[in-house]
Design a protein around this ligand. Structure first.
Ligand SMILES: NC(=O)c1ccc[n+]([C@@H]2O[C@H](COP(=O)([O-])OP(=O)(O)OC[C@H]3O[C@@H](n4cnc5c(N)ncnc54)[C@H](O)[C@@H]3O)[C@@H](O)[C@H]2O)c1
Length: 260
């Protein structure tokens, strides 16, 4: 039976800004029973949640204990978590010579946060025989992000985790999606475009609004689609990569060279 958002308690991490904030508004507009925005920016999370009649709370998603405490509080206050949108993330550029500290931080925020929250919420979902987890990865998690090794590697890991969860728990009522957009008009993209001035116009020409991406997420949940691809061309690139990896790599090298 298609999932009815109207009965659902929805949690969105990174809910204070960009795609997360748009998801908070979208789920509320679609009539979710409750929407809870979580963000390291506590004031932003409270503002985003309260703006739609929901709740906001401060959470650093890379902190395992804090995540357990916040998820426990939400389950206590709302009875359960039906839809968990793990969307908080950071965009770390650079190559393998990026500092160990930044590699670790990117790993903790972009990947381990998904492990921590899922580990806490999954048992309740399995007991009820239903639950939905949406992992915000990126097109960089299926393809790559030129100039950003930590971001690309961690986003691939997010897709791998989502895939593994879907295979392992799909038969027990757990639905999983991996959201893999290309460029989206958010503060994260503003920072990226500022650092990559030569790519500004290309990036902006491909960017969707956060609201458009949130609409794709709502549709993806309704259809229970594993890959949510707001940019249609990402499906084409991914298919090309799978069918001829070497040709895809060669094309990416040309693209990289044209950018430098
Ligand atoms: N903007 C894009 O072009 C784009 C493309 C593909 C994927 N994404 C992914 O979408 C997600 C949302 O990004 P966005 O573009 O909306 O960026 P954004 O910067 O507008 O929002 C990210 C939010 O995550 C929060 N956050 C960061 N670290 C956190 C932490 N440790 N704990 C809790 N919250 C934390 C930030 O405070 C911010 O509110 C990210 O995972 C990002 O990688 C973005």
């Amino acid at each position: 039976m298609p999932l009815d958002i109207k009965e659902k308690v929805v949690v969105v991490t990174g809910g204070a800004s960009g795609i997360g904030e748009a998801m908070v508004r979208r789920f509320a507009a679609d009539g979710a029973a409750a929407v809870i925005a979580l963000d390291i920016d506590g004031a932003g999370a409270i503002a985003a949640g309260e703006a739609v009649g929901g709740v906001g709370m401060q959470l650093d998603v890379s902190n395992d204990d804090a995540t357990a405490a916040v998820m426990s509080q939400i389950e206590g206050d709302f009875g359960r978590i039906d839809i968990l949108c793990l969307n908080a993330g950071i965009a770390t550029g650079g190559s393998v010579d990026q500092t160990n500290e930044l590699w670790q931080k990117t790993w903790d925020v972009n990947v381990m946060s998904h492990v921590y929250a899922t580990r806490y919420v999954l048992p309740g979902m399995l007991n009820r025989g239903e639950g939905y987890i949406v992992h915000t990865a990126s097109a960089a998690g299926l393809l790559t992000n030129i100039g950003a090794a930590p971001y690309s590697v961690t986003k691939h890991a997010v897709v791998a985790l989502a895939e593994w969860l879907s295979v392992t728990y799909g038969d027990r009522g757990i639905r999983v999606s991996a959201l893999c957009p290309q460029f989206v008009d958010t503060p994260m993209l503003d920072a990226f475009a500022e650092d990559n001035a030569e790519m500004q116009s290309w990036v902006r020409s491909l960017a969707l609004s956060a609201d458009e991406v949130a609409a794709c997420v709502a549709e993806g949940i309704a259809l229970e689609t594993f890959l949510i691809l707001p940019h249609a061309q990402v499906a084409e690139y991914f298919s090309h990569k799978a069918s001829d990896y070497d040709s895809w790599l060669s094309g990416m090298r040309k693209l990289r060279a044209s950018m430098t």
